[in-house]
Design a protein around this ligand. Structure first.
Ligand SMILES: C[S@@+](CC[C@H](N)C(=O)[O-])C[C@H]1O[C@@H](n2cnc3c(N)ncnc32)[C@H](O)[C@@H]1O
Length: 259
């Protein structure tokens, strides 16, 4: 399993200020929930500082919410955000090994599940965690996210270990359907235009995404490696106005257990 949550933990204080893409993803996920949904118990996996959890708490004020994250710093920030909200429990746990002992009416996640490995273990857990008449609703980055950065890493740092690609929508669909979920999927390509490669690196770092592909499986990139990567990014993708493209592939999944 990729231990990526040290970076997330340290990034808790700077996460919200850099997570505008992630926050828009949570807003779209909320729009995709059925209007008549009335969950009494909700699990939000990889809650981070609580961007999605906050929207869930506002829309379902009476629901018992369990927000779970593996990064201690994120858990502290989320606990602080909801310290006065009754029925809110913020748990520090890795979803792949968490022993829940119960299932939930609504299981959600945003911008988190693409980090969890192995995928097969995660899918088994998701199937156990949703009640038979419940709903699994999640959104996240898909294969092809930050493709420019991946390409430049391969060119600039060919001997530096990179991560396996994120699953694509078909992989998610097959995994969910083989576990008895009927799944609706919506995908989109989202282009950000940071002012420079360094700006992109800083924002990823400030959100804790300094594991792959930005960093490596076992260590952060050195200053000179970052400089080489930035120069390659500018050469390959730099625009006349100095900005660079950073593409995200995003998927929204609404999955119901079939009888
Ligand atoms: C990019 S943040 C997303 C946070 C929030 N859901 C949002 O939309 O802003 C990803 C979060 O997933 C958490 N995470 C990654 N792998 C995890 C795992 N195996 N179990 C629990 N949380 C995990 C990280 O610690 C991090 O806080």
């Amino acid at each position: 399993m990729v231990a990526c949550w040290n970076g997330f933990s340290k990034a808790a204080p700077t996460y919200d200020g850099n997570a505008s893409v992630q926050d828009q993803i949570t807003a779209t996920l909320m729009d995709r929930l059925p209007e008549d949904l009335r969950p009494t118990s909700i699990l939000d996996i990889g809650c981070g500082t609580g961007l999605l959890t906050r929207r869930l708490a506002e829309r379902f004020p009476r629901a018992r919410i369990t927000a779970l994250d593996a990064a201690p710093g994120m858990v502290r920030a989320c606990r602080e955000r909801f310290r006065d909200r009754p029925g809110m429990e913020v748990k520090e746990a890795d979803i792949a090994t968490w022993d829940s002992r119960r299932a939930f009416d609504l299981v959600t996640s945003s911008s988190s599940l693409q980090w969890v490995r192995p995928l097969e273990v995660l899918l088994d857990r998701l199937a156990e965690l949703v009640t038979l008449d419940g709903l699994l609703a999640f959104a996240g980055m898909l294969k092809g996210t930050l493709a420019e950065l991946h390409e430049c890493r391969g060119l600039a740092l060919p001997h530096h270990a990179s991560a396996p690609p994120m699953p694509d929508a078909d992989v998610w669909r097959a995994g969910l359907e083989s576990r008895g979920f009927a799944t609706e999927i919506e995908t989109c390509t989202w282009m950000e235009t940071p002012a420079s490669p360094q700006d992109l690196f800083r924002a990823l770092h400030a959100m804790g995404a300094n594991g792959p592909p930005y960093g490596s499986l076992d260590r952060l990139l050195t200053r000179s490696e970052l400089d080489r990567l930035a120069a390659t990014y500018r050469e390959r993708f730099g625009r006349p106005d100095g900005t660079i493209p950073a593409t995200y592939q995003i998927g929204w999944f609404i999955a119901r257990p079939c009888a």
